[in-house]
Design a protein around this ligand. Structure first.
Ligand code: FAD
Length: 346
């Protein structure tokens, strides 16, 4: 069981900046996110949109902002675990009676810490399941996927991709040369994704590398343990037809779910965690909530507010780890240790 100074749940901008503030005080962190990449909403929802209200940065796309945060935390000691959701959180007492917490993730990873920072935004991003299909998750690893973790999974397979947005178009184009056959299913012959990618997809259809099945929706999955096919319903006529498939990739977008957070005995109101603005602590000893997930009078869901909140909360985390000690305070302009790590000559 690895013990760290701070466990950060959520690797959005506020979770990432927590590593910086913790690092300045010599604290290490583990960051855990359900998504397959760091950056939270910025990376997942609007990577190419410009942000204008990061202090001192007149203009940055959301992805550039995430990349800059990752660059900024490079000198510090942290682990980043992706594709896993923090499911369980339970208190254990340490010898010195300062509450220690233990977390468990969907990949069965465990960590312990005296400080839990919930930087979970609006909740964990979870793939939307196909509508009207009873328990599609029973085929996970046996022919049903909601994301591409490795292209190898689809190599030489009969793949059917479902969806009408950017992900469905991107992966259709990207996987066309990897698979044995590829069909793209959508309920209408119009797509919400980037026009350029749609054009590439339609060219591959013309070249017979992709079979475009519209207007179809899924009716049922065929197969006992492994997927062997799928029944598709023609959206116009209602006719149902079976298609052979080894792999089904559902790209219907993402939902945001508070999920397990609701089971952690933390005060939640209107899907937000109540905090004390003195140090952004929750009603539970050693658990802090920072960024969009928290709520207090005057709260604004802005990145810069989250940065302030986590800066203050990290001070309290230091106190919990070093009882009775003064929290070291210094400007980064005169932090020679940081400058040495960054290779700056002083
Ligand atoms: C279109 C759009 C434009 C915006 N423009 C601006 C702007 O111009 N300026 C500005 O300041 N703000 C803007 N925002 C808001 C800004 O993106 C948010 O304030 C910011 O992302 C909040 O950061 P966060 O780190 O608190 O949470 P998030 O970015 O939401 O990240 C939270 C992360 O936690 C993960 N997570 C949650 N629960 C779990 C769990 N149990 N286990 C594992 N992982 C979990 C989620 O998967 C997610 O990745 C915009 C938002 C949108 C949607």
């Amino acid at each position: 069981m690895k013990e760290v100074d701070i466990i950060v749940i959520g690797a959005g901008p506020v979770g990432l900046f927590t590593v910086f503030e913790a690092g300045l005080l010599g604290l290490n962190c583990v960051l855990i996110d359900n998504l397959d990449k760091p950056g939270g909403q910025c990376a997942e929802l609007y990577p190419e949109k410009p942000i204008y209200d990061i202090p001192g940065v007149p203009f940055q796309t959301a992805q550039e902002h995430v990349d800059a945060l990752l660059e900024q935390i490079k000198p510090f000691d942290y682990d980043l675990l992706l594709n896993q959701r923090v499911n369980k959180l339970q208190a254990i007492k340490s010898k010195d009676e300062i509450t220690t917490w233990e977390i468990n993730t969907s990949e069965n990873t465990n960590f312990r810490s005296k400080n839990i920072f919930i930087a979970a935004g609006a909740g964990s991003f979870e793939a939307r399941r196909p509508p009207n299909i009873d328990d599609p998750d029973k085929y996970i690893n046996n022919g049903v996927s909601y994301a591409v973790r490795s292209k190898e999974v689809f190599k030489d397979k009969n793949l059917i991709i479902f969806g009408g947005g950017d992900s469905a178009l991107d992966w259709s184009v990207e996987l066309a040369d990897t698979v044995k056959t590829l069909s793209l299913v959508h309920r209408r012959d119009a797509f919400r994704g980037a026009p350029h990618t749609e054009k590439l997809m339609r060219k591959l259809v013309k070249d017979k590398k992709i079979k475009l099945l519209t207007p179809y929706v899924i009716d049922s999955i065929v197969g006992d343990v492994n997927v062997s096919g799928v029944n598709l319903k023609n959206f116009d006529t209602g006719d149902i037809q079976e298609f052979e498939a080894d792999e089904l990739l559902f790209l219907f977008g993402l939902n945001k779910k508070l999920g397990p957070i609701l089971e952690w005995d933390i005060d939640v109101n209107n899907k937000k965690i109540d905090v004390d603005t003195k140090n952004y602590s929750t009603n539970q000893d050693g658990i802090f909530a920072v960024g969009d997930i928290n709520n207090y009078e005057g709260k604004l869901d802005l990145i810069l507010c989250g940065f302030h909140e986590t800066t203050i909360a990290v001070q309290e985390a230091y106190r919990r780890l070093n009882p009775g000690q003064r929290v070291p305070f210094g400007y980064t302009t005169s932090n020679t240790k940081l400058q040495a790590k960054l290779g700056v000559k002083t």
